[in-house]
Design a protein around this ligand. Structure first.
Ligand SMILES: Cc1cc2nc3c(=O)[nH]c(=O)nc-3n(C[C@H](O)[C@H](O)[C@H](O)COP(=O)(O)O)c2cc1C
Ligand SMILES: C=C(O[C@@H]1CC(C(=O)O)=C[C@@H](OP(=O)(O)O)[C@H]1O)C(=O)O
Length: 389
């Protein structure tokens, strides 16, 4: 069985729920590490007041005993602390109430899911769209990715992320090893290495916020320690670079994805793009460079996987754009809901964990077994095959 998951829950409802199916038994789960990933996602300069209310942590309510997975579906719950303020507005029971009591949304925000969702699901209160389209759901996805990350970590895989750009401000390039990158970005309010850039980004976000506007940016994720041959060239839906691209595009507000040099490849010659093949007895095959970001033929090539995603600016604007009232059809400015001005550093953490999930899925497809011991035996056997090739 391939790994799969589902999430449920509204942003102002009682909780988010995730069910992961297909995990092997005997995987030790480090709860602190799981919650660390959730806390990382809450941080970042430019977020709104909601992040001061929430204290995200995952409660495991199925599939784990005494710290180990049992092979049963793993069920996770992340509480919404803000729910206490929304109980009546979110009530499941039919309560007679004015629009004011329901906090009805009728002026769709350009750039958000409001209008499309209202039209598609025939919902006259756009809150019913907003509640589920909110990126609050990414807390559940990070919890799922954090579990996947632990499966990968058991096989020496390391993942880091960094913010590359926020609006006009670009971080200087670096090629730090993953461990160092993790350490340095973790200490930054905007997940960059360079302190000058951090200051500039903070000031820039302040300015954008003061002007009632919002801003997006570019984030990067690097995965080290992967074996050659995750994914496959033989069928389109088995190409791991394709699966990663799809997953990255599914993150709220992401409008583009690149692997390695990505769109730059369209400007350069073949001789400037392809990574030359080398061999050393101690190392096996490797590449002299990594412009293709660790992929050829939809398979990992043993070099670090490098994925970038671009996040558009947050749709909710305190100085709202023009919209239409869905009751009167008259022009009106869009609804203003409490909002982040910039969530790029948080989106970087979402990117890392979403990529971890896709890689773990491909890892299970390749080495799949019902227990961690069975997977390890398959993994070791494959390593021996690679070494003798
Ligand atoms: C971490 C994160 C936080 C976000 N915060 C907000 C927010 O506060 N306000 C808002 O309007 N959109 C926010 N968004 C973006 C919306 O969720 C997103 O634009 C919306 O769901 C529509 O989907 P689409 O942009 O993918 O088309 C956030 C996205 C992410 C990844
Ligand atoms: C709750 C989160 O992000 C939310 C994502 C979001 C949106 O529209 O996507 C809108 C805001 O919701 P609220 O109006 O409740 O403050 C963000 O805070 C979170 O990341 O955990």
């Amino acid at each position: 069985m391939s790994l799969r998951y589902l999430t449920a829950g509204e942003t102002h409802g009682p909780q988010l729920t995730a069910i992961i199916e297909g995990l092997p038994s005997n995987l030790t789960l480090d709860f602190e590490e799981l919650n660390f990933q959730l806390q990382r996602r809450q941080k970042g300069y430019g977020r709104g007041r909601r992040m001061q209310i929430e204290k995200d942590s995952a409660e495991i309510v199925g599939g784990v005993r005494h710290g180990y997975t049992t092979g049963a579906p793993v069920a996770l719950v992340v509480e919404n602390k803000d729910w206490t303020h929304w109980k009546n507005i979110m009530n499941i029971e039919p309560i007679p109430g004015s629009d004011e009591e329901k906090r009805r949304v009728n002026r769709p925000r350009p750039g958000h899911a409001d209008l499309n969702g209202g039209l598609k699901y025939n919902l006259t209160d756009l809150r019913n769209v907003l509640e589920r389209s909110s990126a609050r759901e990414t807390a559940a996805r990070v919890a799922v990715g954090a579990v996947a990350r632990q499966l990968l970590a058991a096989f020496g895989v390391k993942i880091a992320g960094q913010v590359i750009r926020i609006g006009e401000i670009e971080a200087p390039a670096n090629d730090l090893p993953v461990d160092e990158l993790i350490e340095q970005t973790e200490a930054s309010s905007v997940r960059v290495v360079d302190k000058e850039t951090e200051k500039k980004m903070e000031a820039y976000i302040d300015k954008i916020k003061e002007e009632g506007d919002s801003i997006g940016g570019i984030v990067e994720c690097i995965v080290e320690g992967l074996p050659v041959g995750l994914g496959s060239h033989v069928q389109s839906d088995r190409k791991l670079d394709g699966a990663i691209a799809g997953a990255v595009m599914s993150i709220n507000a992401f409008k583009g994805v690149e692997i390695g040099i990505g769109f730059e490849a369209g400007k350069l010659r073949g001789s400037q793009v392809h990574d030359e093949i080398m061999y050393e007895a101690s190392r096996g095959y490797y590449r002299a460079s990594n412009r293709l970001g660790g992929f050829e033929g939809g398979m990992t090539n043993g070099m670090p996987v490098v994925v970038r995603g671009v996040m558009k600016p947050i749709p909710t604007l305190y100085k709202p754009l023009q919209s239409v009232d869905i009751d009167t059809k008259e022009p009106f400015t869009a609804q203003v809901e409490r909002s982040d001005a910039c969530a790029v550093p948080a989106a970087c953490v979402v990117l890392e964990n979403v990529v971890a999930w896709e890689i773990a899925k491909a890892f299970m497809d390749k080495f799949g077994g019902d227990s961690i011991e069975e997977i390890r035996a398959n993994y070791n056997n494959y390593q021996a095959q690679l070494e003798s090739y």
